[in-house]
Design a protein around this ligand. Structure first.
Ligand SMILES: Cc1cc2nc3c(=O)[nH]c(=O)nc-3n(C[C@H](O)[C@H](O)[C@H](O)COP(=O)(O)OP(=O)(O)OC[C@H]3O[C@@H](n4cnc5c(N)ncnc54)[C@H](O)[C@@H]3O)c2cc1C
Length: 240
């Protein structure tokens, strides 16, 4: 079971109006907040910003940088965290580092926690290698790899019992230990993240992170998400 989770901690409450206000200030003589009671509804602002900022790919994306959303991403393999953390513009992270925590690994070693809750292994099935060649990841291979994870957890437990620090002992744990993080991102950077990590050649589990982000984006900024889905989603349309 994959167990991946993406939950929303906080978000700008009227994101499409915020984008509208920023866009409107660009060409307004007055101070836009003073006209707040005349701003169109959140829904109407969605239509307006799609029409004036997004349709036609004019590149006027700055107003989309004002609203932001804070996600709690959980149970993803370390490799996904590493890849998502390469994004640095308009996005900020706090990641469980395994320098201070390791109790869950010890609990898995003791049989108190399911080993699969601590380490991620791909499901049994067919995959492609980087040359496009298909191969099968079998039940037997997966069971063997799970046993390896359990063995590593036991060795980790032994090191901690011998007085070794978590920061030191983490060096022997399998690469795809599951990790949790908090990630705040503005709407423009969120679309860029989806551009790069939702496309077919992104790591499968990074695509799953995007699958889990998607419904939150859709309910947060429906008009923008709808435009994104029709025009950019999974199309490898990359910003420069
Ligand atoms: C399929 C795939 C495979 C990858 N493989 C590897 C790999 O093997 N090894 C590896 O190290 N990385 C790899 N990467 C990471 C990639 O090189 C980028 O670092 C990562 O995707 C972050 O995206 P970004 O540069 O668009 O940064 P973001 O922070 O998302 O930046 C947004 C945009 O801001 C601009 N920008 C940001 N920083 C700069 C800058 N310093 N200078 C100029 N403009 C900037 C760019 O226009 C950029 O697109 C891979 C990415 C993908 C999608």
């Amino acid at each position: 079971m994959e167990r991946f989770r993406v939950e929303v901690i906080a978000k700008t409450s009227n994101p499409q109006q915020v984008v509208y206000a920023a866009m409107h200030q660009d060409y307004s003589e007055g101070f836009v907040i003073d006209e707040r009671e005349h701003w169109p509804s959140e829904e109407k602002c969605g239509e307006l910003i799609v029409k004036h900022l997004l349709a036609g790919d004019r590149g006027h994306y700055g107003p989309l940088e004002h609203p932001s959303i804070v996600f709690n991403c959980g149970y993803f393999p370390h490799s996904v965290m590493q890849q998502v953390r390469t994004h640095r513009v308009g996005i900020s992270f706090d990641v469980q580092s395994n320098r201070y925590t390791g109790a869950r690994i010890v609990q898995a070693a003791m049989g108190l926690k399911d080993i699969e809750e601590v380490f991620y292994l791909r499901p049994v099935g067919y995959y492609n290698d980087r040359h496009g060649k298909r191969y099968e990841y079998t039940k037997e291979q997966r069971e063997r790899d799970l046993a390896w994870c359990l063995e590593a957890a036991k060795r980790y437990q032994q090191l901690l019992a011998e007085g070794v620090s978590e920061e030191h002992a983490r060096g022997i744990i399998p690469f795809d230990v599951r990790q949790h993080w908090v990630m705040s991102v503005n709407a423009r950077s969120l679309m860029h993240l989806l551009d790069l990590r939702w496309k077919a050649d992104a790591q499968l589990e990074a695509q799953k992170l995007c699958d889990a982000i998607w419904p939150h984006f859709q309910s947060w900024m429906p008009a923008v998400a709808d435009w994104y889905f029709k025009n950019r989603a999974k199309k490898s349309r990359l910003a420069p």
